[in-house]
Design a protein around this ligand. Structure first.
Ligand SMILES: [Cu+2]
Length: 143
């Protein structure tokens, strides 16, 4: 009788310890997402506090490079401020150019290893392509 009572006590001890552990786990599972939410809020604040950065532009703002590689413009879309410039660098062996679809600007056709720079003074979104390779397309955003 005493032995079985003892083992019953042991079981309840284990039960309560297990229950405590479960309670602690539940508290953690609430605490961790709460901490993460605070972290995200803090990071979000510092990000929104910084000046908006134009996408895909090189540090320094106004001067951006676009590679012509494997008959593609890389990056395909660039954003520059008014008065900024883009230098297209031909890394292929074939000649490329960059010609605005609306005809407002164009580079010369130039060979591999060369580069050409254009400066943009008029805000707008310009889609462009390479004349010898019509599937080679890109977009310049001047804002
Ligand atoms: Cu081309």
């Amino acid at each position: 009788m005493a032995t079985s009572f003892g083992s019953y006590e042991k079981e309840t001890d284990q039960e309560s310890r297990r229950r405590q552990r479960r309670r602690r786990l539940r508290a953690l599972s609430v605490l961790i997402p709460a901490l993460l939410a605070v972290l995200v809020a803090v990071v979000g604040c510092t990000e929104s506090g910084a000046a908006p950065q134009p996408t895909e532009s090189v540090a320094g703002g106004g001067a951006v490079q676009v590679a012509m590689v494997d008959k593609e413009f890389d990056p395909e879309t660039v954003t520059i401020p008014v008065g900024g410039s883009i230098t297209w660098v031909n890394q292929d062996t074939v000649s490329h150019n960059a010609v605005a679809d609306d005809g407002s600007w164009a580079t010369d056709l130039f060979g591999g290893g060369n580069s050409t720079t254009l400066t943009f003074d008029t805000p707008g979104t310009y889609s462009y392509s390479c004349t010898p390779h019509p599937n080679m397309t890109g977009t310049v955003i001047v804002e």
